[in-house]
Design a protein around this ligand. Structure first.
Ligand code: OSB
Ligand code: MG
Length: 368
């Protein structure tokens, strides 16, 4: 294929429920939607999962636009690309900025699978026909409200419940939830809110039979995580610390984690995500697919990725209706009894809903 045109749409989608983590609260999900057209007129979509502010990683919507406009789009325009894997080499001279790279890579995978008449899952070697899903629940204002949202998520069929924790909202909350829901698969995500000085918090959490504790320590650390992992039996899952296959290799060699959360945006695309998956499989490290409150395009990519064999733990890919009144794809992503069916048709398996996209679009700019 030869890319002839890229349009960046800036979308703003109101979340049904504001999402609170140890850093703060997201009320509106803003995203860049990339519409990429090749010389045959095939159109592919990609989604940048960067947020408006750099609280999760250093990337933001604006840094993504800058990278796309000034570096990444000029690199792909009019280049002959025969397989999306080639983008890793093409983007090699640009350090990090993984979410920006991933947005354009996702759109190119979309074009590639349409032109080779296969589903995205099939193209990357995913065999699962349905995937298990969990749900990530934000910090609530009161314990009563927290119990209520957990109860609803269980009734909705989600296969595991992830609770966000922060200092002051951790051991007591988890103890109450564990007493109320003794058999539910549960885990906690700290988004880097602690240090090794908080070891007693983790020793307490260790008593609640959690599936794992996600990213307890600094977002750029793998050393202290290895020290912590030696002192608790609950597996540590790394999220923010893993940006590449190299990061995964180092963390696994050091014993910094027992599980890895793979996010396509954080690692720079589907190709790198698959490589991390393959490496973890070889090393006996289970993985699962994380979420970034994606709209439909990013969600569709996550579902295809999760069809790979070593995604053995439920991911954060909840149904569209958990996040938005209306998603930007048709059909929307539907969770039934805690499962999503992996689309088997050509392409990503969902069509962009042009009307919905238009409704949410704040601005669009085309590059050619
Ligand atoms: O740490 O996994 C995280 C959302 C935004 C940024 C970081 C994280 C999350 C979630 C929600 O946990 C996952 C989702 O429902 O998309
Ligand atoms: Mg996380």
């Amino acid at each position: 294929m030869k890319i002839k045109e890229v349009t960046i749409h800036h979308l703003k989608m109101k979340l049904k429920n504001p999402f609170s983590t140890s850093f703060g609260t997201i009320v509106d999900k803003e995203l860049l939607l990339l519409e990429v057209t090749d010389e045959k007129g095939t159109v592919g979509f990609g989604e940048s999962v960067a947020f408006s502010a750099p609280w999760y990683t250093e990337e933001t919507l604006k840094t993504n636009r800058h990278m796309l406009e000034d570096f990444l789009i000029p690199l792909v325009l009019n280049k002959e690309i025969s397989h999306p894997d080639e983008l890793l080499e093409l983007f090699k001279g640009i350090r990090k900025n993984n979410m920006a790279k991933s947005a354009i890579e996702g759109a190119i995978w979309d074009i590639y699978v349409q032109q080779t008449h296969q589903s995205l899952a099939q193209a990357i070697g995913g065999n699962k026909k349905k995937i298990e899903v969990g749900i990530s629940l934000g910090i609530q204002e009161t314990i009563e409200k927290q119990i209520e949202v957990v109860d609803k998520a269980i009734k909705d069929g989600y296969k595991r419940i992830k609770l966000k924790i922060k200092p002051g909202w951790d051991v007591d909350v988890l103890r109450i939830l564990r007493e109320k829901f003794p058999d539910v698969p549960m885990m906690a995500d700290a988004n880097s809110a602690y240090t090794l000085k908080d070891i007693n918090v983790f020793k307490e959490l260790d008593k609640f039979n959690l599936m794992m504790i996600e990213q307890p320590l600094a977002s750029d650390d793998i050393i202290d995580h290895a020290i912590l992992q030696k002192q608790i039996k609950t597996p540590i899952c790394l999220d923010e610390s893993i940006h590449s296959l190299e990061d995964a290799r180092k963390a696994i060699e050091l014993g910094s984690c027992g599980v890895i959360n793979i996010k396509i945006g954080r690692v720079g695309g589907i190709t790198e995500a698959k490589r991390i998956h393959d490496y973890c499989e070889e090393k006996g490290i289970p993985v699962w697919c994380g979420g970034m409150l994606e709209a439909g395009i990013g969600r569709a990519h996550n579902i295809a990725l999760t069809s790979l064999s070593n995604f053995v733990l439920p991911g954060d890919t909840a149904g569209s209706n958990h996040y938005f009144d209306q998603d930007i794809i048709e059909p929307e992503v539907i969770v039934e009894d805690g499962y999503i069916n992996v689309p088997q048709v050509t392409g990503i398996g969902y069509k962009p809903n042009e009307e919905a996209i238009k409704k949410y679009t704040v601005s669009s700019k085309t590059y050619k």
